[in-house]
Design a binder for this molecule. Structure first.
Ligand code: ZN
Length: 273
């Protein structure tokens, strides 16, 4: 079993990529696995109720797949999903690797050899890569900084901190992936040329692009957390370039200067060996 880990900043199209990968018959996308416990309604002070699944089940407990994953971990290690903390990066429960147990249970239940985790966080990427039980293939998603920063600023406010964060996160991912085979995907390429871009990710995994991936919204899906696009019923690809209208020339210049390093160093879409 291989874990395809999508790393990047928020607001970079990671949920869209996750859905498009999931529509390949060889792949099951689990969504943002780091939020599994929170989405189950546990281990989070502000969230006491289970969140809906992308399949339409009102809670993960009522989803046919996640309820079976829970049954599977009970059966194999005697622990419910509620006892397996996805944020346990070996600091509190060293050696037990709850993440490895859950990925294995997902693969057993779905019968798929490729499981996507679109958690994005570089820290989680680094942790999963060092787990002996997992074979991780990283996919680094990159969005044009003007698009990403405009989008995240519109939702959360702030401006300069997001320029800093853009540089920091991409640098952390680049450092984690130094001399590790992986794929780089630019969001703009994914939207403009989905078939070619998906093929470039799948080829190093020994998989081929499947035309059904262009109908990702209609595929069976069970992602945990992520952008609202996961509930869309229609597969529509629209390049979000709202920054052209919303960002002042001064802000555009500030982003150009602040993200110079990543713009010069991040590879183009394709496999990196
Ligand atoms: Zn579901």
């Amino acid at each position: 079993m291989r874990v395809i880990y999508i790393a990047g900043t928020s607001h970079s199209g990671s949920t869209l990529l996750d859905l498009m990968l999931n529509a390949n018959p060889a792949i099951f996308s689990a969504g943002e696995v780091l939020k599994l416990n929170r989405q189950l309604g546990i281990n989070h002070p502000r969230k006491q109720n289970s969140a809906p699944c992308s399949c339409g089940a009102p809670s993960l407990w009522q989803c046919p797949v996640w309820s079976r994953v829970d049954a599977r971990t009970r059966e194999t290690v005697g622990k419910s999903l509620t006892d397996l903390d996805m944020l346990d990066y070996g600091e509190t429960d060293a050696g037990k690797a709850p993440n490895a147990l859950v990925f294995k249970a997902i693969a057993d239940v779905t019968g798929k050899n490729f499981v996507v985790d679109s958690s994005k966080l570089p820290k989680r990427l680094a942790y999963l890569m060092q787990l002996e039980e997992l074979d991780v293939y990283p996919v680094h998603i990159v969005r044009d900084p003007k698009g990403q920063i405009n989008s995240v600023t519109r939702k959360h406010g702030g401006f300069l901190k997001h320029i800093f964060r853009y540089e920091l996160i991409h640098e952390q991912i680049r450092r984690a992936l130094k001399s590790v085979p992986h794929s780089v995907v630019h969001y703009e390429d994914l939207v403009r040329d989905p078939a070619g871009t998906l093929a470039s990710i799948l080829q190093p995994l020994g998989l081929s692009f499947d035309p059904r991936q262009l109908a990702w919204a209609e595929a069976e899906k069970h992602e945990v957390a992520g952008n609202h696009v996961r509930f869309d019923a229609k597969s529509e690809l629209v390049l979000d370039e709202g920054w052209r209208e919303s960002l002042s020339p001064l802000r555009q210049r500030a982003i150009d200067i602040g993200t110079l390093m990543s713009r010069q160093t991040l590879p183009k879409t394709g496999a990196v060996r």
